[in-house]
Write a protein that binds this ligand. Sequence first.
Ligand code: HEM
Length: 169
Amino acid sequence: MPFLAPTFCIEHKFTFQITERKANLKKAHMATFAQWVHVSAAVVGVGGMGFMLFVLFPSVGVLNDEQRDLLMKFVLGRFRWVTWSVIFLLLASGLYNVRLVWFVPWGPYWKFLSIKIVLALVVFAIVLLLTIPLGILRKFRERRQLWLSVAFALAMVVILISAYLRRGG
Ligand code: HEM
């Protein structure tokens, strides 16, 4: 009986290692999925803002007032659902990403990540104020191009900080 004990231990250790490897692989798949969601949502959201600013707004000048108002009403109605979905996905995947870097000790990484999150929240706030269909927000919507430019510029800073966080200084 005494010589059976080591065999049992080795088998037990082996099973434990396989279970641990499977768990790590699952974690890596989840992290990849969250990163994919995060980057895709950022591409769609910031790309959509860029399209509005650099392509759509300068082009609607060729339409008369009535056509322009109709087109903008329709475009903004659709843009609303895209941006709200993007905000939800960025927040959910962003919080998951934060959980993954929770082990990093307090220092420059967290300072930059905090700035990034605050700026991202400002971008979300501007976009929500522009897209929530409430009468009291009309004044804000009248300066749509200005506020969208501010949101776009801040989003570019958010992307710059994200690249810095990933690649390091
Ligand atoms: C305007 C909104 C946002 C944009 C455009 C954005 C964009 C990005 C991009 C491009 C990356 C780099 C991904 C990569 O290197 O593969 C990233 C990473 C990350 N994002 Fe965001 N993000 C936004 C909002 C958020 C929010 C709200 C949170 C947290 C609640 C967040 C947390 C993170 C974290 C923790 C990382 C990983 C950083 C690292 O690689 O160490 N993001 N983000």
